[in-house]
Design a protein around this ligand. Structure first.
Ligand code: AHR
Length: 667
């Protein structure tokens, strides 16, 4: 493709020339010139521009961010003992079955009836989420509900078991009454194990009922009891994200409307949150996860709290009366949409209403009297077609009438350029929608080819939320996709295009966010974890280059290259953008060289005087397109920063396969 031409964007502020390099030019490199028009500030950048897309996919919530270590803690999976096995000490005998009479919670009606025939010890073990990760010397908060049914002088032993059933921690409970009562204890693990189990056994002849058997690390994020996994939240915080979109993703929609995401069932005490099947449980026949459910322990209150913790604007997505269009495509009839709209209205009140409002009072009762300051709401996830537009119009009318200040995010379907996309955009323009959510999972080359996609976007219509995107090294939904450097750089190149057009592209997020290495459905993903470890991918660090170097205002750039060779023999090009961070008083330049050739370049800061400035140069680079991070080598592809004095005009050679960020002080 010949990139050897100047293109100007519709707003007339940004001139971008992706520069071609002919083979002759490679032999006698003649520098490209990148001019940063520091004296011509353009659009203001949305402070929330670079954000996070969270979905409970790949064990993202249960088994991931939600710190609970016990799978099927309430025995409410359809296969009620899934995750549990029987456990007998030598000579022990008894039975374990599930009952429903007089449960702890009417929302989660099943519980365990455990019976032992003698004093040797009979019980159950829980396998956790593909094992229970415990660390030596760390404490774990155990709790459960219990009641006595039959037998005398029973005691209940609870043990953490490591490899070969080595006991890592142990405690014992006595004195069970006839009514449900909550018990708790702290277990301190004597060893580090990624796949420990929890064993619970009765000693004595008799029967106990048990429910909500729960184990959390004491060291959760902010040490909140029953809280989130600290290392996972830290990875999010380290991105300094502008927003957090939650809870998805297709799980907003559900296979059918009955298992759509309903935020009201996700607040209050965990026991009252009705568990449902996660739609990723059986979505991919090649990556089934039959033990994947949503306990909603991570619910809407926790999502808002998380946003506050990490300084991200909340962006909840609400079901708009449509089940997933890749599944049943079930629709709530238009004349029965009121409960869905009401859920959206109530959500805004829950987030922003005063503590004397109905839903604001519920937020206050949960411990957050101050509003969460919600500014955006997504209507539907990845919907398309006339059915979506009809429903969006009804939602928009009702929401804008009551809350005109809330920006609504609407959907343009799953593809960035197909008929569904163009239909949606046409209609949403007519409806004067605020922000349109675009999705793109495509080959790395697509991202390079489309890095100037927004240069000529219509400035008068709705704004863009690039809400889901990720370069796919093999093919979308292929289980062999990799989070490699080639993909990360393609995304970074594309992000320079979003940044240059920050007047149109107001929000952007990579998707999906998390994956558990033993339990994923979808790859690639931004962050990988197992029960003990975590690492950010090359893509994570590409995102971080932008989110931590956001800036406040776009600076136009012009990239010129003199190709003296055959213009059709083009091999590579640079991608660039620039912004100004007003608080730090620095010019930030981002340049991506996704190719295997080093590219020399002259950088000119137009409008700045020539004195030298101590600047920071951060480079994300590797030696092969296939470079990746792993648990063993988590920083193989990670940014490195050096300081260097730079004049307002300087020469720089961009290494092969690199993304470079300059932070140059302005005096
Ligand atoms: O990110 C994975 C899935 O891709 C999301 O759930 C959905 O919105 C899209 O199809």
């Amino acid at each position: 493709m010949n990139r050897n031409r100047i293109e100007s964007c519709a707003c007339g502020l940004v001139l971008v020339l992706a520069v071609s390099v002919s083979p002759g030019w490679c032999q006698h490199p003649e520098p490209t010139t990148l001019t940063i028009h520091a004296n011509q500030p353009g659009a203001r950048i949305n402070p929330a521009m670079w954000g996070i897309f969270f979905e409970d996919i790949n064990f993202g919530a249960d088994g991931g961010l939600y710190g609970e270590l016990i799978k099927n803690r309430s025995f409410d999976f359809p296969d009620a003992l899934m995750g549990w096995g029987t456990y007998a000490k030598a000579g022990g005998d008894g039975f374990a079955r599930v009952e429903q009479d007089e449960p702890v919670s009417p929302q989660n009606v099943k519980f365990l009836r455990l019976s032992s025939r003698n004093s040797r010890g009979f019980g159950v073990t829980n396998e956790g989420f593909r094992g229970i990760g415990v660390k030596r010397g760390e404490k774990y908060q155990l709790s459960f509900y219990g009641r006595h049914l039959a037998g005398k002088d029973l005691s209940l032993r609870v043990e953490l078991l490591g490899v070969g059933d080595r006991v890592l921690a142990s405690t014992r409970f006595k004195k069970f009454g006839q009514d449900w009562q909550k018990f708790s204890a702290v277990l301190s693990s004597s060893a580090t194990e990624a796949k420990a189990r929890l064993a619970i056994s009765i000693e004595g002849a008799g029967t106990l009922d048990l429910d909500f058997i729960s184990l959390f690390p004491e060291k959760t994020w902010k040490n909140r009891p029953g809280g989130l996994r600290a290392d996972m939240v830290q990875m999010l915080a380290d991105l300094k994200p502008g927003f957090l979109r939650f809870p998805g993703g297709c799980i907003v929609e559900g296979h059918y409307l009955t298992n759509r995401y309903q935020w009201k069932t996700t607040i209050g005490s965990p026991e009252e949150r009705k568990l449902i099947m996660n739609r990723w449980n059986d979505e991919f026949k090649h990556r089934r996860a039959p033990d994947y459910y949503q306990s909603f322990g991570l619910g809407f209150f926790e999502y808002f709290q998380l946003c506050e913790d990490i300084g991200a604007e909340p962006l909840p997505i609400i079901n708009c009366g449509m089940a997933c269009q890749f599944n049943s495509s079930e629709l709530a009839p238009l004349d029965q949409l009121d409960p869905y709209v009401q859920d959206a209205l109530d959500l805004i009140e829950f987030a922003n209403g005063s503590a004397s409002s109905v839903w604001g009072a519920k937020r206050a009762a949960l411990g957050h009297r101050a509003p969460f300051n919600l500014k955006m709401l997504g209507v539907g996830n990845e919907q398309w077609g006339p059915q979506y537009i009809e429903r969006y119009a009804l939602f928009s009318e009702a929401l804008k009438a009551r809350y005109p200040e809330i920006q609504l995010v609407s959907s343009a379907g799953p593809d960035p350029a197909d008929d569904r996309f163009h239909f949606a955009w046409g209609k949403l323009r007519e409806l004067k929608a605020d922000i349109v959510d675009e999705h793109c999972y495509a080959a790395p080359q697509w991202f390079l080819d489309n890095a100037r996609r927004y240069d000529n976007y219509d400035r008068r219509g709705p704004k863009v939320f690039m809400g889901e995107y990720a370069a796919q090294s093999v093919a979308t939904c292929s289980p062999t996709n990799r989070n490699n450097l080639e993909c990360a750089l393609a995304e970074a190149a594309y992000m320079t295009g979003m940044e240059r057009n920050a007047d149109v592209v107001r929000l952007s997020s990579y998707a999906p966010l998390f994956a558990h290495s033993d339990a994923w459905q979808w790859t690639p993903d931004l962050i990988w974890c197992d029960n003990l470890r975590i690492y950010g991918t090359a893509n994570y660090y590409a995102q971080q280059l932008f989110s931590r170097n956001r800036g406040d205002v776009v600076l136009p750039v012009t990239l010129r290259g003199a190709s003296k060779g055959d213009p059709s023999a083009i091999t590579s090009s640079l991608f660039a953008s620039a912004v100004k961070d007003e608080k730090a008083n620095e010019i930030i330049i981002k340049v991506v060289n996704p190719y295997l050739t080093a590219l020399p370049c002259r950088l000119e800061l137009a409008g700045l005087s020539g004195t030298s400035r101590k600047s920071r140069i951060t480079v994300l680079a590797g030696t092969s397109k296939a470079d990746e991070n792993t648990f063993e080598n988590p920083l193989n592809v990670a940014p490195k920063t050096l300081t260097q004095k730079l004049n307002s005009s300087f020469q720089h050679t961009f290494p092969p396969l690199s993304a470079t960020v300059f932070r140059i002080p302005v005096r």
